[in-house]
Design a protein around this ligand. Structure first.
Ligand code: PHE
Ligand code: ZN
Ligand code: ZN
Ligand code: ZN
Length: 301
């Protein structure tokens, strides 16, 4: 996984004296992508009647895959803010929007995260492997944790496709109020949705909710009761006239017409969307590093 190796090199080179502690690659183990216990078409997990199915059509050989994990040296280790993006792409294309964009925004957030203001909670960065084979890296990671270790994660933020060329500004529907066929996340997910939507709205970008059904690496987190959230600029879905009015771009055209194809190259980006969303990612990560009060507070009656 050359991209993962490159990211490790950048992290190590830039953080010799920086805020991150030793970067671990695969936490001592590779993920045998051929060893998934699921078969093509199996339900990965179901939540509120919504399920994600495994698609192994392109699974032709067994190869090792790795997660890349980096954590701040300081901050509470029992109230970890975890953020992740998948680093792999489909075989059919270079994977720049899916998911070079989320991975790059996360890498920049890690590099910029300084010692001031104080990081009260540890921040754990994950660049996942084998997402495209059925959320393999993130699923293995969550399942590898003990119950106590899972409880130490306050929340998980996921960034998968954040600069689609015909961008929509979507926030995972953690409160199940405005997605389409979405599931409701664990308590805390609605506050994450509100935080991300709040930042984007206040900085001039109106947002919409989008399905919170487990179609990316947050799936195993919410399946285990860990609050989660994230932003997304759209894949194969088609932009409506109302959305084009609000966000610009082309109505009747897919948010990412190069989704999972050869043209998902360096030209396949909306750089304004990348800028806005990278700001939102940095802001939400730093905010939760300072306090997760609104997530760990008293649940609504
Ligand atoms: N996980 C999908 C992929 O990598 C993209 C996606 C992200 C879809 C978020 C919906 C929501 O292809
Ligand atoms: Zn993909
Ligand atoms: Zn993706
Ligand atoms: Zn919502």
């Amino acid at each position: 996984n050359a991209a993962a190796a490159g990211a490790v090199a950048i992290l190590v080179a830039n953080n010799a004296d920086g805020p991150l502690q030793g970067v671990t690659v695969g936490e001592g183990a590779t993920i045998p992508t051929g060893g998934i216990s699921k078969a093509d078409g199996d339900t990965l997990f179901g939540k509120n009647g919504v399920s994600t199915t495994v698609d192994l059509r392109f699974h032709t050989e067994d190869k090792p895959s790795r997660n890349l994990i980096a954590e701040t040296k300081t901050g509470r280790k029992n109230n970890v803010v975890m953020v992740g993006s998948h680093l792999d792409s489909v075989d059919e294309g270079p994977g720049i929007n899916d998911n070079g964009t989320g991975s790059a925004a996360l890498l920049e957030t890690a590099l910029q995260l300084g010692a001031s203001p104080k990081v009260s909670n540890a921040v754990r960065f994950a660049w996942w492997g084998a997402e495209e084979l059925g959320l393999v890296g993130s699923t293995k990671y969550v399942q590898s944790l003990s119950f106590e270790q899972q409880l130490d994660i306050a929340l998980y933020l996921n960034f998968d496709m954040i600069a689609s060329p015909n961008a929509g500004y979507f926030v995972y529907d953690g409160d199940n109020s405005d997605g389409v066929g979405a599931g409701e996340g664990p308590y805390g997910s609605s506050q994450i949705e509100a935080a991300l939507a709040g930042f984007l709205n206040e900085t001039g970008t109106p947002t919409e909710g989008t399905d919170f059904d487990g179609r990316s690496d947050y799936g195993e987190f919410i399946a285990n009761g860990i609050p989660a959230g994230g932003i997304f600029t759209g894949a194969e879905g088609v932009k409506t006239a109302a959305q084009a009015e609000k966000w610009g771009g082309n109505a009747g055209v897919a948010y990412d017409k190069c989704y999972h194809s050869k043209c998902d190259n360096l030209g396949n980006l909306d750089r304004v969307a990348l800028d806005r969303n990278a700001d939102a990612i940095a802001w939400v990560t730093a905010s939760y590093a300072i306090s997760t009060e609104d997530i760990n507070g008293v649940p609504p009656k």
